[in-house]
Design a protein around this ligand. Structure first.
Ligand code: SF4
Length: 346
């Protein structure tokens, strides 16, 4: 879906220190993906850190980056959160938030041994994958996880049960299981929809009765659908977000596979005027952990003639906060944190 948006005064205004490319380039239009940016799981995780600070005071420890975005991490740290990579770095008796990506059972054990108060910010859609892993292991199935070894989410999921990890972007083969072997296939939530479908069809070729769960989440699916539309309409796609965000990298891959140059940048300071030479139609999207203000800053720097919205449209999904913190929040006010700018305001 494509619709024209009014370019607001707020976006026309050039913030101090942000480079402008308007004078060096031909007039350009921006095609802005919808949906983009924060998903319900990221909203929930950031809210949990805020509420933990409100409830318990500072410092509150966060195991792993709360979400994969340095600006979000810096924001929560400015409020009094301390990010650590290992539960053993958290002083005994402290409060710790486990990040949105999910954690292995060994982390909960360590927290118990250190008498920590754990607030679990694992996205419910990741928890669902953990539960599937435990269920299939109990049923005696061999589990295949399509995902990227070393990613925080995969560390959490592989901790739930014995499983074989395959990276859909590499050449891979399953172990030599006989045809009678019962196989269950799980996936990381933030993979490429198309590449994962190919990997699943390869597994199905050798194990036709394999149980396949579609664990790629709604936010990943919708952002990739919008990025596909962007790539069809534009000469260049900019994905706004962090280099370590799986979600952002897959959005970049979607555009490149459609034959459109694409770059993943944190903000306008990383724009390269070479990319913009002769470009009249720029697609902009952002991953599920990218705050809207980073997108807005890039649009301000580009100073487009027009902004068009492209994609399936905004999402309404929200996840409930943990019961232990529920008394502190009015659910209706939660999404204001990201200062999400309604598309109509561009
Ligand atoms: S990207 Fe998907 S799985 Fe990850 S936090 Fe967002 S909704 Fe949850």
């Amino acid at each position: 879906m494509l619709s024209h948006l009014t370019f607001s005064d707020a976006v026309r205004h050039q913030a101090n220190g942000i480079p402008s490319f308007a004078l060096d380039s031909p007039p350009m239009d921006v095609f802005l993906a919808s949906p983009r940016g924060f998903c319900a799981g990221v909203d929930l995780a950031v809210d949990i850190v805020d509420l933990a600070i409100q409830q318990y005071g500072t410092p509150v420890y966060v195991k792993h980056q709360i979400v994969h975005n340095p600006k979000v991490v810096a924001d929560v740290e400015a409020k009094g959160a301390i990010t650590v990579e290992d539960v053993e770095e958290v002083p005994e008796g402290s409060v710790v938030v486990f990040s949105a990506h999910g954690s292995p059972p060994s982390d909960y054990m360590k927290a118990k041994q250190r008498s920590l108060t754990v607030l679990d910010a694992t996205c419910p859609l990741v928890t669902r994958v953990h539960n599937e892993a435990k269920k299939y292991a109990k049923e005696g199935k061999k589990i295949v996880l399509v995902g990227h070894a070393g990613h925080q989410e995969v560390i959490g999921t592989t901790g739930q049960a014995d499983m074989q990890v395959i990276n859909e972007l590499d050449d891979w083969d399953l172990p030599h299981w006989d045809e009678e072997t019962e196989v269950a296939v799980l996936t990381q939530t933030t993979l490429s929809v198309d590449d994962t479908a190919l990997a699943v069809s390869k597994i199905k070729a050798s194990h036709p009765n394999a149980v396949v769960r579609n664990d790629i989440c709604y936010a990943t699916t919708n952002r990739q659908a919008a990025a596909t539309e962007l790539a069809d309409l534009t000469d260049l796609v900019l994905v706004i977000g962090a280099q370590n965000s799986s979600n952002c990298n897959r959005l970049k891959d979607v555009a490149i596979k459609k034959g459109v140059p694409a770059f993943l940048i944190n903000g306008p300071e990383e724009l390269d005027s070479e990319w913009l030479k002769g470009v009249e139609r720029i697609g902009i999207t952002s991953g599920a952990s990218t705050p809207e203000k980073q997108v807005k800053a890039v649009i301000e720097a580009l100073k487009p003639e027009n902004v068009f919205r492209v994609g399936p449209g905004e999402e309404t999904t929200t996840f409930a906060i943990p019961r232990s913190l529920r008394s502190l929040v009015d659910d209706s006010s939660r999404r204001s944190k990201d200062e999400m700018i309604p598309d109509e305001d561009y």
